[in-house]
Design a protein around this ligand. Structure first.
Ligand code: PLP
Length: 406
């Protein structure tokens, strides 16, 4: 009798995943078991260079010792306390975030979608207080991504994420990005907020131009409408400034952060200033886990590392190096790369042909983790600790991929 073949660790995991986990994700067949800095290690001990970082999450690198130590220390001191009680770490983190963003108050939550839900609730209540019950419309933009909860997915102006879940929330209107005339004619007495990502991440690193953002700010001020900036992906130092909007000198009234704020520990924050900062009162909003000591310890340590290791400067410097290498590759391989765009370490490569998935697969075979967005865009959002030689490796792998697919 022959013995049944022994299954590998990864085969067992893939089988269990398929059987017991809801099929909401398409997963690449690799099993990562360890991370360190810009590298992940799979179950066979192979090293992968991570230019995705969760998806723009692992800001200071995988398992940074300072973050690991802060979490471990806090876990053995006080892990959770109800928001019915004061929490010294939460108070410290709130002050720090307000100073970094020029905001006045913070509501903590656990994810980007939750941060945006909070922003939507602030905008609706604020609108009613300003102009009565019919002032609840929020304008968002084609190609946006604000999360998967029902409110956030309604704000996300991409039919592919919405169609199965209709009817959506009433009170949203969608416009093209970077068209100020369209926005001017869409804002009415019923508009309470304009909500946008300074750099759209999920739809392929599409930048709101500096002129457009300045004009949106001016319009919102003139018409007494809140400007909500979703900084969930482009915030926390990724573009070289703490906020993506700080690169172009535009302030929001409400700002949302999540993803990289605690280097992978779940946390989100909705921040506001002016009357928007005091709109919510006890009973209006809350969350059991939000702002718990463990998450705050991780976030405070993340902010320390970003500051002490000068990671915003690194993001700006290495980001522009990476972008220039991509532009050189564009010149070297005519007809393959249509555009290289982005700021700091949030970079999109628009391919001339719909071959993003094939390029992504080829790069993964070379153990470089990137991301294909739709048919023709590659997105790179690495940890902010990457250096030029890491970028060189990615360029070599991308070149190999493009040449082999020619
Ligand atoms: C700009 C933006 N907003 C919100 C979200 C939703 O964040 P989360 O997945 O943490 O709910 C994302 C996630 O990709 C995002 O990129």
């Amino acid at each position: 009798m022959t013995a049944a073949p022994v299954k590998s660790e990864s085969e067992i995991v893939f089988t269990h995943d398929k059987e017991y986990v809801m099929g909401t994700y398409l997963r690449y067949p690799v099993l990562f078991v360890r991370g360190e800095g810009v590298f992940l290690y799979d179950s066979l001990g192979q090293e992968w260079l991570d230019f995705l970082a969760g998806i723009a999450v692992v800001q200071v690198g995988h398992c940074h010792p300072r973050i690991a130590q802060a979490i471990a220390q806090q876990a053995s001191t006080l892990m959770h306390i109800s928001n019915l009680f004061h929490n010294p770490l939460q108070a410290r983190l709130a002050e720090r975030l307000c100073k970094l963003t020029d905001m006045e108050k913070v509501f903590f939550c656990n994810s980007g979608a939750e941060a945006n839900e909070c922003a939507i609730k602030i905008a609706r209540k604020w609108g009613k207080q300003q102009r009565g019950n019919s002032c609840y419309e929020i304008i968002t933009f084609h190609g946006s991504f604000h999360g998967r909860t029902l409110g956030a997915v309604t704000a996300t102006a991409q039919p592919k994420y919405q169609e199965s879940f209709a009817p959506l929330m009433p009170g949203f209107r969608y416009l093209p990005l970077n068209d100020i005339e369209a926005l001017k004619s869409a804002v009415t007495e019923q508009t309470c907020a304009v909500m946008l990502e300074p750099i759209q991440g999920e739809s392929g690193v599409n930048l709101a131009t500096a002129e457009y953002l300045a004009a949106v700010r001016e319009l919102c001020t003139q018409r007494n409408v809140l400007l909500i900036l979703d900084e969930v992906q482009c915030g926390t130092g990724r573009t070289g400034k703490f906020l993506g909007s700080q690169s172009v000198g535009v302030d929001g009234d409400v700002i949302t952060l999540a993803k990289g704020i605690a280097d992978g520990f779940p946390m989100g924050a909705c921040m506001a200033r002016g009357t928007a900062a005091t709109t919510l009162v006890p009973g209006d909003h809350g969350s059991t886990f939000a702002g718990q000591p463990l998450a705050c310890a991780a976030a405070l340590a993340t902010l320390d590392v970003i500051e002490e290791e000068k990671l915003m400067q690194n993001a700006a410097h290495v980001g522009s190096y990476f972008k220039s290498c991509l532009q050189k590759l564009q010149a070297e391989l005519p007809g393959r790369i249509q555009e290289v765009r982005g700021r700091g370490l949030m970079i999109g490569v628009q391919l001339a042909k719909p071959e993003a998935k094939a390029v992504y697969s080829s790069m993964m075979e070379q153990r470089i983790i990137a991301n294909a967005v739709g048919d023709s865009i590659l997105r790179f959002v690495p940890p902010l600790v990457v250096n030029e030689s890491h970028c060189d490796r990615v360029i070599t792998a991308l070149k190999n991929a493009l040449v082999s697919l020619a």
